[in-house]
Write a protein that binds this ligand. Structure first.
Ligand code: SF4
Ligand code: SF4
Length: 300
């Protein structure tokens, strides 16, 4: 089984739109949505939840008001300003980092450290196959761990189903969740748009994939909105020996399909953008085969 990771240096490049189109085109696959901070693949895929699991990570302080004498020790010791004192000590869940100092020094043993419920992960059925996805509660910061969990569960599911592809919608940016999403990837597709910031963010994604030694190819979405920067991206790819798999023209029908919560193939399969995406998918399939047959000569 191969793992295909779709990334973009930032949000708004059309990554999810393109990933959902790949989901429509790919055969015998399992899907993983690793954008756990702001998942949006489900908008197009309309998943029917079949499993829901808690995501627990770290601990939080909880005060037992019947034991607390409001002495203020915990208030003074908490370096995250997570404690307020009223009739008893009050812990602000958003600020508590679970360091345990308050519990250790409370003279009344009035503070417990309890497992922190950060969110959920799901297995769902979609019209394109199984989707493993997740939801992190607002303010929680364990997205890297949750990405690893989603990928692990999606991989297990893909093996159970005998799938030959795990298609992963990666998180935006280059932070901790993106780094987690690289683990196990056979091929990265970096989606960019023709803007100065798009090129800047693309370079950062390429640096990461070079660091992790994962073969990476590039797609320019809405390339015709700024042809001169598209040319700059092309030159950057040539200089860096990165394969530019293809370009997708701006097409309002892609947005119309998105508004209808469908892929462009389901609504306007003969439009130019759909044809470009289909051609690119054909290139991706060939590239995945090359990765498979000649690992020592993986395309960069
Ligand atoms: S240290 Fe313990 S007893 Fe003192 S205010 Fe905090 S929770 Fe209450
Ligand atoms: S566990 Fe640490 S961060 Fe949380 S309230 Fe106690 S001292 Fe503050």
């Amino acid at each position: 089984m191969k793992e295909l990771l779709i990334l973009s240096g930032k949000g708004g490049t059309g990554k999810t739109t393109i990933t959902s189109s790949f989901a429509w085109l790919a055969k015998n696959k399992v899907l993983a949505d690793c954008d756990v901070d702001a998942a949006d693949l489900h908008i197009i895929l309309s998943p029917q939840e079949s499993q829901r699991h808690d995501f627990i990570s770290g601990v939080k302080a909880v005060v037992n008001p019947s034991k607390c004498t409001a002495c203020g020790t915990c208030f003074e010791l908490c370096r995250y300003d997570a404690i307020d004192i009223s009739d008893t000590a009050l812990v602000d869940d958003f600020s508590c980092e679970g360091c345990g100092v308050c519990a250790h020094f409370c003279p009344e043993n009035a503070i417990d450290l309890v497992p922190n419920h950060c969110g959920y992960w799901f297995v769902s059925d979609t019209r394109f196959g199984t989707l493993v996805h997740a939801e992190l509660k607002p303010g929680e910061e364990n997205s890297g761990k949750l990405v690893s969990l989603v990928k692990q569960k999606a991989r297990e599911r893909a093996e159970d189903e005998g799938a030959n592809l795990l298609l992963v919608d990666g998180p935006p940016g280059i932070g901790c969740p993106v780094i987690s999403s690289f683990s196990g990837a056979d091929l990265v597709i970096a989606i960019t748009e023709p803007s100065k910031s798009g090129l800047h963010d693309l370079k950062r994604v390429i640096e990461l994939s070079n660091h992790f030694k994962v073969p990476t190819c590039v797609i320019i979405n809405k390339w015709d909105l700024n042809k001169s920067i598209s040319e700059e991206i092309h030159e950057f790819c040539t200089r860096s020996k990165i394969r530019l798999l293809g370009t997708i023209p701006f097409d309002k029908r892609v947005i119309n399909a998105l508004v209808a919560e469908k892929t462009v193939f389901e609504e306007f399969k003969d439009c130019k953008a759909a044809q470009s995406i289909a051609n690119i998918w054909h290139q991706i399939e060939k590239t995945l085969e090359e990765v498979k047959s000649e690992p020592e000569q993986r395309p960069r």
